[in-house]
Design a protein around this ligand. Structure first.
Ligand code: NAD
Ligand code: UDP
Length: 315
């Protein structure tokens, strides 16, 4: 049985990954400072003897006995990562240094959850791993984008200098159960608004596009990347290639929830990427990975999850 550390394990993706790794029979250590993570997400595992929770901030050093590290700790939603941008940048930069030092001490393998945001507001479409991106270094998204870019740099340099087994995945917009009801990203906002018949808030004119991947596919991709036997270090894009405009997405959510919500248009935040869609041919070539879960079925599962959350919050 491997000892697997998930930083950010109480968050949306981290808790879904923990669930899958426990199912696969691994020992899972979840490390989290609970900034955006929740007890609710890890409550099902607390009685499991193969699960351990450590409340800790990855900005601070830590020593643990581990074989593998999935470094997911970092707020991912724009309102959350912009809440304290200096802390966000430190989480990515000091966090990855601390995790790479831990990997070096313990001879552990480490996977970094990077992001499509390393491409910034991309001028190449779809985005391919060889594209260096179009990132504003001084904008409101920079704390996240540049922090994640720097983390990639530390990963490759620790690999080159110390031979650490590193893996970089660039995650594109992912959704599913265990997203926080106050997460602030488009999927949770639109579903929660639609379920409550409140206005659906589109930022800008809604012509910007995203491509949404269901979380179980993403988790399979993370595990395939960690375990790949080709010594393939990445970076590799993981995401769904089905591109949709934010306006079309709002209409789809209204339909799926049978909602009476109206669409309202609000100001577009600065540096909001205009178009985003991953090229996932490298993931398929190296890992045999591609998303398989039907997006509408994934949305239905997410809608059911938020219905429960809304009910719980009322009680
Ligand atoms: P999330 O906000 O639900 O989870 C992040 C987790 O990290 C939370 O549990 C939070 O409490 C924890 N955390 C934050 N700062 C920390 C710190 N300093 N020390 C310890 N724990 C800390 O977000 P998510 O969507 O689950 O994202 C997980 C990872 O995947 C992030 O690194 C994010 O950048 C990356 N990612 C996610 C997406 C997506 O669409 N969900 C896309 C690209 C990249
Ligand atoms: N968005 C929106 N309404 C919302 C939340 C987000 O129109 O209530 C837009 C946002 O401006 C962006 C897209 O939806 O263009 C995706 O936003 P999200 O925060 O989910 O992730 P991003 O990909 O921008 O990091």
């Amino acid at each position: 049985m491997k000892k697997v550390l998930i930083t950010g394990g109480a968050g949306f993706i981290g808790s879904n990954l923990a669930n899958k790794l426990l199912e696969l029979g691994e020992y899972v250590i979840c490390l989290d400072n609970f900034f955006t993570g929740s007890n609710r997400n890890i409550a099902p595992f607390l009685e499991n003897k193969n699960f351990k929770l450590i409340k800790h901030d990855i900005v601070d050093k830590i020593s643990l006995d581990v074989d593998e590290i999935y470094n997911l700790a970092c707020p991912a939603s724009p309102p959350h990562y912009q809440f304290d941008p200096i802390k966000t940048a430190k989480t990515s930069v000091f966090g990855i240094i601390n995790m790479l030092e831990l990997a070096k001490d313990k001879g552990a393998k480490i996977l970094q959850a990077s992001t499509s945001e390393v491409y910034g507001n991309p001028l190449v479409h779809p985005q391919i791993e060889t594209y260096f991106g179009n990132v504003n270094p001084i904008g409101i998204r920079s704390c996240y984008d540049e922090g994640k870019r720097m983390a990639e740099t530390f990963m490759v340099d620790y690999n080159r200098k110390y031979g650490i087994q590193t893996r970089i995945v660039r995650i594109f917009n992912t959704f599913g159960p265990n997203m926080n009801i106050n997460d602030g990203r488009v999927v949770s906002n639109f579903i929660v608004q639609a379920l409550q018949n409140k206005d659906i808030t589109i930022y800008g004119d809604g012509s910007q596009t995203r491509s949404f991947c269901y979380v179980s596919d993403l988790v399979d991709g993370l595990i395939s990347m960690m375990n790949n036997k080709n010594n393939f270090l990445g970076p590799v894009n993981l995401g769904n290639t089905h591109e949709i405009s934010v306006l079309e997405f709002a209409k789809k959510i209204i339909k799926l929830t049978n909602s009476n919500s109206k669409i309202v248009f609000m100001p577009l935040p600065s540096d909001d990427p205009v178009q985003r869609k991953p090229d996932i041919s490298l993931a398929y070539e190296q890992l045999g990975w591609r998303p398989l879960f039907d997006v509408d079925l994934g949305l239905q599962k997410t809608i059911d999850y938020f219905k429960e959350q809304i009910k719980e919050n009322k009680n």
